[in-house]
Design a binder for this molecule. Structure first.
Ligand code: AMP
Length: 259
């Protein structure tokens, strides 16, 4: 497994595979890898000839006062985990771990990709500028890696819509695959940021999954009133003053428009 820090070197490695008509699967990440990330890498490696995993804590997608500085950076451990995928799948795996100056030499904020109908809601409100940063870095990574298929997690659902729009409008010749959310045994979605939780917060965090599962069960039982579904869910959440809710809604899965 190769760990590559420079764009030129990565391009030249990928070119060798492309000349052999190998299919490239790509998994962009910010590192601090867990089984959720690894499931994407495993699928990419199994279904394509070569797997490229990028590990880059992208400054442009963090807002002021967010956790950019304290975001966990564990490249050595991440590389060990990815090496196990390479062994398991017997497919070549390249890790791309650029520095900030490699990705943003001097033009960091000079291009904004904006799709307000998708991003002026939910995470886009709690994290202004976040999706613009994601769209920028993913565009750059797509141009650098030129994958055939790129893999994203359903956990970041709004992000998957942003990526699909990006690929469609900018004509990237890349197939986007969205894979299911991997969860801890008690239902909490795996996330690098779970490491921030205290033992008490970690216990309470499972309420989010319980609430989502209840909404699903109530829909399956025939409940059709969105306001009723949300009211019931919010009643559960308000029992936990430690939870500060950013948003909870039942919306159109393609447009995020309210139902
Ligand atoms: P991140 O490192 O948080 O930027 O995530 C990199 C990719 O892994 C994104 O496509 C995420 O949606 C995906 N991902 C993160 N957590 C999970 C999870 N628990 N299950 C599946 N995919 C995930």
């Amino acid at each position: 497994m190769k760990i590559i820090h420079s764009i030129i070197e990565l391009r030249s490695e990928i070119k060798k595979f492309k000349l052999l008509e190998k299919k490239i699967g790509f998994v962009p990440t910010m590192g601090a890898l867990h089984e959720g990330h690894l499931s994407l890498a495993r699928t990419a490696a199994k279904n394509q000839d070569v797997c490229v995993v990028s590990i880059f804590v992208n400054p442009t997608q963090f807002g002021k006062g967010e956790d950019y500085e304290k975001y966990p950076r564990t490249l050595e451990l991440d590389a060990e985990l990815l090496a196990t995928i390479e062994t398991e799948t017997q497919k070549p795996l390249l890790v791309f771990a650029p520095t900030v100056s490699e990705m943003y030499p001097n033009d960091r904020y000079s291009l904004t990709i904006s799709m307000p109908d998708l991003t002026n809601r939910f995470c886009g409100i709690s994290r202004p500028g976040h999706f613009e940063g994601v769209a920028l870095v993913v565009s750059k990574l797509f141009h650098i890696v030129e994958p055939d298929v790129a893999y994203f997690g359903q956990k970041d659902y709004q992000q998957t819509l942003v990526i699909k729009r990006l690929v469609s409008v900018l004509n990237f010749p890349i197939e986007i695959q969205v894979l299911p959310t991997l969860r801890e045994p008690d239902g909490l979605a795996m996330s690098s940021r779970n490491a921030y939780l205290t033992a008490e917060e970690r216990k309470i965090a499972t309420v989010l999954f319980q609430v989502l599962s209840n909404i699903q069960a109530n829909i399956q039982k025939g409940e059709r009133s969105v306001s009723q579904l949300i009211q019931t869910a919010k009643q559960t959440i308000t029992q936990f003053p430690q939870i500060q809710l950013d948003y909870l809604d039942v919306v159109n899965g393609d447009t995020l428009e309210p139902l």
